[in-house]
Design a protein around this ligand. Structure first.
Ligand code: PMP
Length: 322
């Protein structure tokens, strides 16, 4: 787990405050019930020495969409104001490379999961330094994942929304994997189809084609997922982005990888599943890890985030003067 080291400032409710003073009250509704829209955004140091926030407006758009999906929260700022606040937070903390966590809290609102319409809404933006989410060597050598018994059933929660409360499911899936000696959990939908990692989207490669579960499934519409799809299609790789992936498709895949803001593009080396007797069966994915397509996509992705591909620069990168 990446530690959060204190930085100079956190943006809260319209202004930057010293890190130690960014406090909320213990009776904050979001603490009591977890209805907390948030985002995770990376800032990269580009090859030309400048720093750039990756896909800032897509992340802030999704933050507002998450609030809208709940039907409970109206963010008391515009999207542009929050984008500007993220930029200011990065600048004032001199965060040349790292991670930014905007979050929206329902303030003090009383007991009961559904707050009143006029409950206070608080917004914060936390900057932090950030390295390799799934550990050193994960990008180069791939990870071992375990299929979780915790599922993502579309009738339980609005999985398209990025809400803190959803991450109880993610934490349980990851804990289960870690306890058995694996790096990450892989979750199934209610029909038993692999759909996501604990906090990553899933792709497989089969016969040169890229497949990923569709947005009709209980997954997050990942911004890295979208970037991978666009990078692949632009290079002539066929992408099926509305796939239903069965467990056997995953086991038979030539390659598989997870992607996400934190995980970037992390190859999957082994998938393991525990049967009802507690026996774990491991299936290696493909013959080499990372496979050629995954490697190519990693290369393209890191070029794009570091400003080395002109056609994505303007749309995907917000350069920051630090
Ligand atoms: N699925 C889930 C459940 C996640 O938490 C994340 C991380 N935000 C992703 C997918 C990947 O999304 P993104 O690429 O936008 O970070």
């Amino acid at each position: 787990m990446a530690k959060i080291e204190p930085m100079d400032f956190i943006w809260m409710d319209g202004k930057l405050v010293p890190w130690q003073e960014a406090m909320i009250h213990i009776t904050t509704h979001s603490v009591l019930y977890g209805i907390t829209p948030f985002e995770g955004i990376r800032i990269y140091k580009c090859s030309d020495g400048r720093s750039a926030i990756f896909r800032l407006n897509s992340h802030i758009y999704r933050l507002f969409n998450t609030a809208k999906i709940t039907g409970i929260i109206k963010i008391p700022f515009t999207r542009l104001e929050i984008e500007q606040a993220v930029i200011e937070t990065v600048q004032k903390n001199k965060l040349e490379e790292g991670y930014i966590r905007p979050l929206v809290l329902i303030g003090v609102a009383g007991i009961g999961p559904l707050p009143d319409d006029n409950s206070p809404i608080q917004v914060a933006i936390i900057p932090c330094r950030f390295g390799h989410y799934l550990g050193g060597g994960a990008l180069e050598r791939g990870i071992r994942v375990k299929i979780s018994k915790w599922r993502r059933d579309d009738r339980v929660l609005p999985w398209h929304a990025k809400l803190a409360g959803h991450y109880i499911n993610a934490a349980l899936a990851k804990k289960e994997a870690k306890e058995s000696g694996y790096d990450e959990g892989l979750v199934l939908d209610s029909r038993g189809c692999p759909i996501e990692g604990s906090a990553e989207n899933l792709f497989i490669v089969k016969d040169g084609e890229l497949l990923t579960p569709g947005l009709d499934k209980p997954i997050l519409a990942g911004i890295t997922r979208n970037s991978v799809i666009r990078l692949a299609r632009n290079k002539g790789i066929t992408v099926k982005d509305d796939a239903t992936i069965l467990k056997d498709d995953l086991y038979d895949a030539d390659e598989a990888f997870f992607c996400g803001t934190a995980a970037e593009i992390t190859p999957i080396r082994v998938v393991a599943e525990e049967d009802k007797y507690g026996e774990i069966e491991e299936v290696p994915i493909g013959s080499v890890c990372p496979g050629a397509t995954t490697k190519k996509l990693q290369e393209l992705f890191f070029k794009a985030v570091r400003g080395e591909i002109a056609e994505y620069q303007k749309e995907w990168l917000t350069y920051i003067e630090i």
